[in-house]
Design a protein around this ligand. Structure first.
Ligand code: ADP
Length: 404
């Protein structure tokens, strides 16, 4: 677009300068011609005449003409084809439209050199058709030149960008692979710590009360680390629009199961939960991942909503997509942070003090899963009033099996 604009402006400049200089050339040619002819004219018995041996016709080319006027502006005689049918504008030169063609006109006074008085006017004109033909050819040349330049620079740009992007893509791939490998390797030691701590807490024979508290802290930290490595593993392994194990999933069932699972926590916080889900909200995708998407959003609503708040979950099929809304009366998100909440590890300052169990990966995971299913998540929020998350996913259509 930028290149097209630059070339367009350049072409307009060249076109203007070229046609201006051609026109100036015509005007000076006509002025020189007119001056030459006018200098040979004289008044004989009140009639304007040129020297007998001066052959005016020979000086004119086929698209030029002459018109003689007396000193009052009355047309006396004309020579040539491209005549303009206009009364005389004394000492006037310019461009006039005559039927279909434009004509350049130069009008000169004729001065009797002996008596030094005005004896008439001479109007020299030339059709601008030839000039227009030349400018039209220039337009074609510039137009084709611009298209060729755009195609070549576009092609060159794509090749160069691909070359420049290759090492970046490779290092991104390596980083992703490293994250996946590291997270995978963390799993076994974490599992070993978790199971040992669990056993120690289950059979606390000989354990001091202070040790028990330490073991509980270790259990909670291990749990957080396990969730973090699993989140990282999921993010590193998911590719856009590439889902393993696709099936037809009913979101109504998934959300109802999640609501049931989180019910004790809602009750503990005395949160009023309202759900309104259409009967069948079928989409094509991976049930485990979709459940993860909605559990992340429901958990957030649960964590960031104070006691006795209200959470509403609504699911509707709208034409060929499904819209799930999760609305809470929680602490809200500042407008300037709305585009940061989907970044990995980003957490708002007020939410850190509100709930310290989060990792900042939940929404990044939710968004990755949504985009894998060709969907998106929209959010709207006001600090102190609440947040409103909307997940939009393409509905399953029995007739067209989608290939991701
Ligand atoms: P976390 O594990 O911290 O919840 P998320 O990626 O799920 O990570 O969310 C990122 C941040 O977005 C949160 O730390 C919080 O600041 C903000 N956030 C997400 N959901 C809500 C919500 N329902 N109400 C208020 N803030 C929210």
């Amino acid at each position: 677009m930028i290149l097209a604009t630059i070339l367009g402006v350049f072409a307009l400049g060249v076109r203007w300068a070229f046609s201006y200089s051609l026109k100036q050339q015509i005007i000076s040619k006509l002025t020189a011609l007119g001056q030459g002819i006018a200098s040979s004219a004289e008044l004989e018995n009140n009639q304007l005449k040129t020297d007998n041996d001066f052959k005016v016709e020979k000086l004119l080319n086929q698209n030029q003409s002459l018109q003689w006027f007396d000193s009052q502006g009355k047309l006396l005689s004309s020579q040539g084809k491209t005549l303009i049918n206009l009364p005389l504008f004394k000492e006037n030169s310019g461009k006039f439209q005559e039927e279909n063609s434009k004509i350049q006109v130069v009008t000169l006074p004729i001065i009797d050199s002996d008596k030094n008085r005005l004896i008439g006017y001479l109007r020299v004109s030339q059709s601008l058709e030839e000039l227009h033909e030349i400018v039209e050819k220039l337009d074609w040349g510039l137009g084709i030149g611009i298209i060729v330049a755009l195609v070549l620079s576009g092609g060159g740009g794509i090749i160069l960008t691909n070359q420049a992007m290759r090492p970046i893509e490779e290092s991104f791939k390596r980083l992703k692979q490293f994250t996946a490998d590291a997270s995978h390797e963390f799993r076994s030691p974490l599992m070993a710590i978790a199971s040992n701590v669990e056993v120690s807490l289950k059979y606390p024979v000989g354990m001091r009360e202070t040790d028990r508290e330490s073991f509980e802290v270790i259990a909670s930290a291990t749990n957080q680390m396990t969730q973090l490595t699993e989140g990282l593993l999921l993010l590193a392994r998911t590719e856009k629009n590439n889902i393993d194990q696709q099936e037809i999933v009913n979101l109504q069932t998934i959300i109802e199961e999640l609501v049931e699972f989180y019910q004790p926590q809602f009750t503990r916080k005395n949160i009023n939960l309202k759900t309104e889900l259409d009967q069948s909200l079928s989409i094509q995708g991976n049930a485990v991942q979709l459940s993860r998407l909605f559990s992340n959003l429901i958990e957030n609503a649960l964590h960031y909503t104070p006691v006795e708040g209200l959470i509403e979950i609504q699911g509707k099929q709208k034409r060929d997509f499904i819209e799930i809304q999760i609305k809470d009366t929680g602490i809200g998100i500042a407008t300037e942070n709305l585009d940061k909440i989907f970044e990995r590890f980003w957490r708002a300052d007020n939410s850190r003090s509100y709930w310290d169990g989060g990792s900042g990966l939940g929404l990044a995971i939710a968004q990755t899963i949504a985009s894998q299913h060709r969907g998106k998540i929209k959010v709207d929020s006001q600090v102190g009033i609440g947040s409103h998350f909307v997940v939009i996913l393409p509905a399953y259509q029995a007739t067209s099996l989608r290939k991701f």
